[in-house]
Design a protein around this ligand. Structure first.
Ligand SMILES: *[C@@H]1O[C@H](CO)[C@@H](O)[C@H](O)[C@H]1NC(C)=O
Ligand SMILES: *[C@@H]1O[C@H](CO)[C@@H](O)[C@H](O)[C@H]1NC(C)=O
Ligand SMILES: *[C@@H]1O[C@H](CO)[C@@H](O)[C@H](O)[C@H]1NC(C)=O
Ligand SMILES: *[C@@H]1O[C@H](CO)[C@@H](O)[C@H](O)[C@H]1NC(C)=O
Ligand SMILES: *[C@@H]1O[C@H](CO)[C@@H](O)[C@H](O)[C@H]1NC(C)=O
Length: 738
């Protein structure tokens, strides 16, 4: 069997009662049967859970022969997370053994939802023989469920003293004897039943039972988490018990250690190795490429705006560019923030009709995040055509337009594309949980975040952007409000519910998907609040406000020299120019243009303009950062040997208008160098304008919107502002290093 689609088919065969004969028996009668041919793995699985599929995959990679009991039966063995139970397993085992024969047959009976094989039948049988008993039970450090039986357990010199019923191996006749007396109910404790046999000296002797007290065959993780580490060797991954220096064959996340087995199961036996990387990431995919657009799965996208958030317009522009047929998408938008209503409705008015359906819940509803998220999931759950639910929070910046397709093709129950916060270790997944259910860092977290380990990872918590199969919303996740909890936030509640239902959540870092915005320090008092985001979300600020060709001006020699020592280069996007102009007009307190000016030190301006200073709109820190990050590198390149920290107190937007102030008489600037950025377009917004450097009799008469002029301020570059003859001209000016 080469892929897991086949594996699944085999699993179904097993469910219908047949044996999975994965290894080809040697041409039967002539050749000697090897000991492996006598081994049969028996497990109880009433449902084909994600954990069961993981178990089968690991078994398959070692060619174990498996018989599954209980397929399709309702589970009555109790809540495996806490209370004792499991009698159903003993009943099913007893029944199954009665139908088997062969003195030499060896049965390995184990749980499957939380078990992975770390090695093959050969090693298992060798270690079984070395144990020199007819039945070997897994061992536990903790006694359970009846503490009072502690004294009755045989003492051991070293190792675990207690028996674990989650795994044992033995000869068929001995096992038959062992379960012969089972009369219990399905909800009774299998662990207690086997413990009572074991602590009875006569039975222990006649059945010939021991426990694997140093974890040579079985590793139960409960109570032993500190003893177990991953061991990478020769393209294989094992778990090593560092206390007993053993390499157990079977790893069992018994009791409350489901997250640890999920973690180990990301590697063992060779799910991810240093040599091969991820070996399962390309299995069992759901390719979309061959589908016609009309056959694409129907996805409900849940979008949530719960607080003032930057770059919302950019979010919707990206949503529009997401590669996916829009008539296979339905949008659920919950906007609980009045200040963003305009941005949402302008997107919906322009493009809403492209989508198959749109549902908007506005701030007038005043619903909390849990309710919003529950309603989003319901939109998919109540729609019989819905195939997937895609949660997409407003602060997610999906740079990868293929993200939704990639997530669907990966074909997993819940999958989150990994997104990061620029240059930090913050992401939308947790690799581990602390004891109280909050964030804890897994050993591989940093390697995953930084891309040193690439794959699809089973993790306990995902948020912000993730895809859920709708089939789960009708099955495991059908009954309740997934995001509601008395004690946990909605996202933690969701993940806890998903985990408790045994559904696996994955994060993928197989591609670069994007990042997440910080909503901290978001000022909301301005007209264009996003302009102020240069500190908090610089990457997004830059994408929106820095000229698209800025990054290649050095490489492609885009810097022009229109006059001696005057440099001219693109710096701002059109949008930045518009936003600065609109912001200043919105503020409106233009100076009178007189010499008296109490905004500056000394209160006297030699060459006054009609202007507004950056500090009047609270933009001086932001402007300074803009100068430092985007201007200083060019200054230092063009004026070699001059280094600047961009000390600049005079930063302002000037308005030239024929009937107000059309020009500026010749003057020197109080600066070492000056930046002069055109904020609108000649011939479109105004006529005339420009700048003339008198000493060189040289003019820049066709300023370009978004381009900066950089020139020395004193002595050599005596200059004037040429008359604006029609319309209004705006420039942003900085006198740097006065
Ligand atoms: C499992 O069986 C197949 C087919 O017989 C064989 O090619 C493969 O090497 C076996 N794998 C192991 C680990 O024994
Ligand atoms: C248990 O079985 C082994 C062989 O597997 C045998 O050597 C040993 O004597 C038996 N122990 C008892 C107590 O019968
Ligand atoms: C950036 O450069 C390209 C190629 O030179 C040009 O086509 C494009 O118009 C420039 N972008 C802007 C905004 O000027
Ligand atoms: C900036 O320049 C002003 C005026 O020359 C000066 O008083 C101030 O100390 C400078 N600041 C820094 C940080 O260099
Ligand atoms: C300045 O240049 C203009 C044309 O560019 C020319 O007509 C004029 O005579 C020049 N003036 C001086 C003083 O050289």
């Amino acid at each position: 069997m080469r892929n897991s689609a086949e594996m699944r088919r085999s699993a179904l065969l097993v469910f219908s009662g047949l044996f999975l004969l994965a290894r080809l028996p040697p041409t039967a009668s002539q050749e000697q049967l090897t000991p492996e041919d006598n081994l049969l793995v028996v497990t109880v699985a009433t449902k084909e859970t994600d954990g069961f599929r993981r178990f089968l995959r690991s078994a398959k990679s070692f060619n174990y022969t498996i018989k599954v009991l209980g397929g399709g039966e309702a589970w009555k063995g109790g809540d495996y997370m806490s209370a004792p139970g499991g009698g159903q397993k003993v009943r099913l085992l007893k029944q199954a053994l009665e139908g088997m024969s062969g003195e030499e047959k060896i049965i390995l009976f184990i749980d499957s939802y939380d078990v992975v094989f770390a090695s093959g039948p050969k090693e298992l049988l060798k270690k079984f023989q070395q144990a020199k008993h007819k039945v070997v039970f897994s061992s536990e450090t903790l006694i359970w469920p009846d503490r009072h039986l502690e004294d009755k357990h045989p003492h051991v010199r070293e190792g675990n003293r207690f028996l674990g019923s989650g795994g044992f191996i033995g000869y068929l006749p001995n096992l038959k004897e062992m379960v012969a007396d089972w009369q219990g109910e399905d909800h009774e404790s299998d662990q207690l039943f086997f413990t009572k046999i074991y602590i009875n000296p006569e039975k222990r002797k006649s059945i010939n039972i021991t426990v694997d007290n140093k974890c040579r065959l079985f590793q139960n993780l409960n109570g032993a988490l500190d003893e177990v580490v991953l061991k990478f060797e020769d393209g294989q991954v094992r778990a090593r018990n560092v206390l007993y220096d053993t390499l157990p064959v079977i790893i069992h996340g018994n009791g409350p250690t489901k997250l640890q087995i999920n973690y180990l199961g990301n590697y063992i036996p060779k799910v991810w190795t240093f040599e091969m990387g991820c070996t399962v990431c390309h299995e069992d995919l759901r390719p979309l490429t061959k589908l016609k657009e009309s056959e694409y799965p129907l996805v409900v996208i849940g979008i949530f705006i719960q607080e003032p958030t930057p770059f919302i317009t950019a979010f919707f522009e990206r949503l529009l560019k997401l590669h996916y047929p829009k008539n296979r998408l339905k949008l659920f938008i919950s906007n609980q923030e009045a200040s963003h209503q305009q941005q949402v409705s302008s997107f919906l008015e322009g493009h809403g009709s492209l989508y198959k359906d749109v549902k908007l819940i506005g701030p007038e509803e005043q619903i909390d995040l849990a309710t919003s998220r529950n309603l989003g999931v319901d939109m998919c759950r109540q729609d019989k055509d819905c195939d997937y639910y895609f949660n997409l929070d407003i602060e997610v910046v999906l740079k990868n337009e293929q993200t939704l397709k990639i997530a669907i093709e990966q074909n997993l129950p819940v999958i989150a594309p990994m997104i990061t916060r620029t240059s930090r270790l913050w992401t939308n997944f947790w690799g581990a949980l602390s004891a109280d259910g909050y964030y804890a860092r897994s050993e591989d977290y940093v390697d995953i975040v930084q891309g040193r380990r690439v794959g699809v990872w089973n993790v306990p918590y995902v948020s912000n952007v993730y895809l859920v199969k709708a089939s789960l919303l009708h099955a495991e996740l059908s009954e309740f409000e997934l995001f509601t909890s008395d004690s946990l936030d909605p996202d933690m509640a969701f993940c806890q519910n998903v985990r408790n239902k045994g559904v696996f959540m994955y994060v993928t870092n197989m591609h670069t998907f994007g990042r997440i915005l910080s909503t901290e320090n978001y000022q909301t008092q301005h007209l264009h609040n996003d302009l102020w985001q240069i500190f908090e979300n610089q990457a997004d600020w830059e994408e929106r406000y820095i000229h698209e060709n800025y990054t290649r001006i050095m490489r492609d020699k885009l810097i022009e020299t229109p006059c001696p020592d005057v440099y001219w280069f693109p710096i701002f996007s059109d949008l930045a120019c518009n936003h600065f102009v609109e912001e200043m007009e919105h503020f409106g307190q233009w100076s009178g243009g007189g010499n008296k000016d109490n905004r500056i030190q000394g209160g006297y301006e030699n060459v006054p303009t009609i202007d507004i200073h950056m500090n009047q709109v609270g933009y001086e820190k932001e402007w300074h950062k803009m100068l430092l990050d985007y201007i200083a590198p060019i200054t230092e390149k063009m004026y070699p040997g001059y280094y600047t920290k961009c000390n600049s107190t005079m930063n302002f937007v000037v308005r030239y208008k024929p009937d107000e102030q059309p020009l500026l008489v010749p003057h020197h600037d109080a600066s070492t160098f000056t930046i002069n950025i055109a904020l609108n377009s000649k011939d479109i917004d105004y006529q005339g304008g420009g700048c003339r450097f008198i000493r060189y009799n040289c003019s820049v008469t066709a300023p370009r919107k978004g381009w900066a002029l950089m020139h020395p301020g004193r002595l050599t570059h005596y200059h004037e502002g040429l008359p604006t003859t029609d319309g209004i001209r705006y420039i942003a000016v900085s006198f740097v290093d006065p």
